[in-house]
Design a protein around this ligand. Sequence first.
Ligand SMILES: [Fe+2]
Ligand SMILES: [Fe+2]
Length: 193
Amino acid sequence: METVAFVHMDQGTKEEYEFLKPLFADHAQSVLVDNLMSMLKMLEGPKLGYQVDRNVHSRQSATRALRAGESTEMVVAALLHDVADSFAPDNHSDAAAALLAPYVGEETHWIVKHHGLFQGYYYFHHMGGDRNARDQYRDSPHFDACAKFCEEYDMNCFDPSYDTLPVEEFEPMMREVFARPSRLPGIPPLETA
Ligand SMILES: [Fe+2]
Ligand SMILES: [Fe+2]
């Protein structure tokens, strides 16, 4: 079989879906990291008033996490925490957390998902907001870790004089994390051939 015969999904047979399933799963896995690297590249350019662009900010975040001895998945999470800025500007934390979710632990996912609100501790009060909005999550077991992420790997990563590593330094870590078995079931669970 080179292609399925159906043009409407409700006409597909079990045999056709069994043929399709590994084609997608293999393709998705083979291009995933390259696509994420392209998304990071999309953050190059506009500085939007800051002294560094968002690509430098992301690499500086990952560089600081790496030098602090954080786990591989935390370094990758730092690299990608703002990667959704270019296509999900109003909920970039949620979007980045969603793409990491299958491959990282619960705390790493929680940190990325909530980092935007926690980062607000450093500036919301200058923009008419509540810098303590993060306090609604005081009871979370991940509160301190998320506050630490913002303090050590996010709010301080707008420095053009910092020795920020190139993205190539992080590519092997990206490949390791995104090759992990997904901890989400998929629709239905995706298997490679
Ligand atoms: Fe962010
Ligand atoms: Fe950030």
